[in-house]
Design a protein around this ligand. Structure first.
Ligand code: TRP
Ligand code: SF4
Length: 404
């Protein structure tokens, strides 16, 4: 059994591929800050994950890793409340990844939606690699090694948490069965009758060996329909389908983070790849410049031309930052050509600067003392390793390693 309370644990990681921006602050970090007070949190720099797409760029990590942790600290993620660490400092993740790779059907990885999607999207990179295919399994190892019951993710990552559940279930199924479990299950199958029993076994094989999700659904349905087996046997056969037995690895659930509404400077979602970001450590005069030169409703060529906020990316920023009074002022002033665009942008500029100023002040002390940041990472990594080692010891023992 996991020796920790999985329900109390949260794990999340971020790839160190560039500067954090307002989208990260509103989409991820504010949520982390809330979670760190309620759960036992593990937050890490996912440098191995970055390697799966950014191999061959060794300079990426040096700056981005420290910078990322500085940003976390500056916004209020606290090493007192959460273990802040770097993935590659905890090699136990890699060993668990290797061990889980033995029991994970290839098809489970091939059908993860992000696999083909990202290959399409990142065409300029050669992603026909073993590492890239295996990246969701690495993520599963990240989660499972801390017995983390909760994983805050955006919608795009839910499939990875789902895969993690299946990987855990399969592992528990193969290595966690109590003595006699197989025999009990066999007897229960016979009680179902020849036809249903045979169908159940076929469906179960299709699921456990080929990862056939549809077969799993069908088998569950079949069990629900059985009249002539006891409740106990039915439970046993549900368990036999997808794991059952003793729990060595805890199944996590996704804590779905509402997708960030933070718009970028062009009205699309704020993202590095759209080149529309305001970074957390953007010089404040640059913040002003960037917002001042943002595009507005193209209908407002001259000051006297009325506009429509719904067609303007600045309006989206007002929705993120302004109160009702200001928003009404924008609506009316824009539609009646009563205010100019620069005037309209001014409260947004002020709000973003007010938000970033204290963050940047906090960041300075860490920028000046990167060794302090390194020691925070070292402590966090140490804490993480201690916990990771416990799970790994259970996994190794269950798999029959270290028995000689
Ligand atoms: N895959 C995530 C991303 O690309 C980062 C990540 C790695 C992660 N391991 C994780 C997130 C574990 C949550 C839990 O953004
Ligand atoms: Fe956009 Fe404001 Fe200009 Fe209207 S007045 S177009 S909302 S910037």
């Amino acid at each position: 059994m996991p020796r920790v309370n999985s329900q109390q644990r949260v794990l999340s990681g971020m790839r160190p591929t560039g500067r954090l921006h307002l989208g990260h602050l509103h989409g991820v970090l504010k949520n982390w800050i809330k979670l760190q007070d309620e759960y036992e949190c593990f937050f890490f720099v996912a440098d191995w994950h970055a390697l799966t797409t950014h191999y061959g760029e060794p300079n990426l990590f040096e700056e981005n890793t420290i910078d990322m942790v500085i940003d976390w600290l500056a916004v209020g993620v606290s090493p007192e409340s959460a273990a802040l660490f770097v993935q590659s400092e905890v090699p136990e993740h890699a060993e668990l990844h290797l061990l889980l790779s033995m029991t994970t059907p290839l098809s489970w990885l091939e059908r993860v939606p992000s696999y083909k999607d990202q290959q399409e999207k990142l065409r300029e990179r050669e992603l026909d690699t073993y590492g890239f295919l295996g990246y969701p399994l690495l993520q599963a190892a990240d989660i499972l090694i801390y017995q983390s019951g909760n994983v805050p993710v955006g919608a795009d990552q839910v499939a990875h948490v789902e895969l993690t559940r299946e990987v855990a279930r399969r592992f528990n199924h193969i290595y966690g069965r109590e003595p006699g479990f197989e025999e009990h299950a066999g007897a229960a199958i016979r009680k179902m009758g020849k036809k249903a029993g045979k169908l159940y076994s076929q469906l179960r094989t299709a699921y456990t060996e080929q990862g056939d999700q549809e077969a799993l659904e069908k088998a569950r349905k079949l069990l629900t329909e059985q009249q002539n087996i006891s409740i106990e046997d039915r439970e046993r056969l549900y368990g036999y389908l997808e794991g059952g037995g003793q729990m060595i690895l805890a199944e996590p659930k996704a804590l779905l983070t509402p997708s960030s509404k933070m718009p970028g400077l062009d009205g699309q979602k704020m993202s590095k790849s759209y080149n529309n970001t305001i970074s957390l450590r953007e010089p404040l005069d640059e913040v002003k410049k960037k917002i001042s030169t943002m595009p507005t409703d193209p209908a407002r060529v001259r000051l006297v031309d009325p506009g429509d906020p719904e067609k303007c990316p600045v309006w989206q920023l007002h929705q993120a930052y302004s109160d009702e009074i200001t928003k009404n002022w924008v609506m009316e002033g824009c539609k009646s050509a009563g205010i100019g665009c620069l005037e309209c942008k001014s409260p947004v500029i002020d709000a973003v600067i007010t938000e970033l100023e204290p963050i940047q002040k906090e960041a300075v002390q860490y920028e000046k003392d990167p060794d302090l940041v390194r020691s925070i990472i070292a402590d966090g990594s140490e804490m993480a390793r201690e916990s990771a080692k416990e799970t790994l010891a259970d996994v190794r023992a269950a798999m029959g390693l270290n028995k000689w």
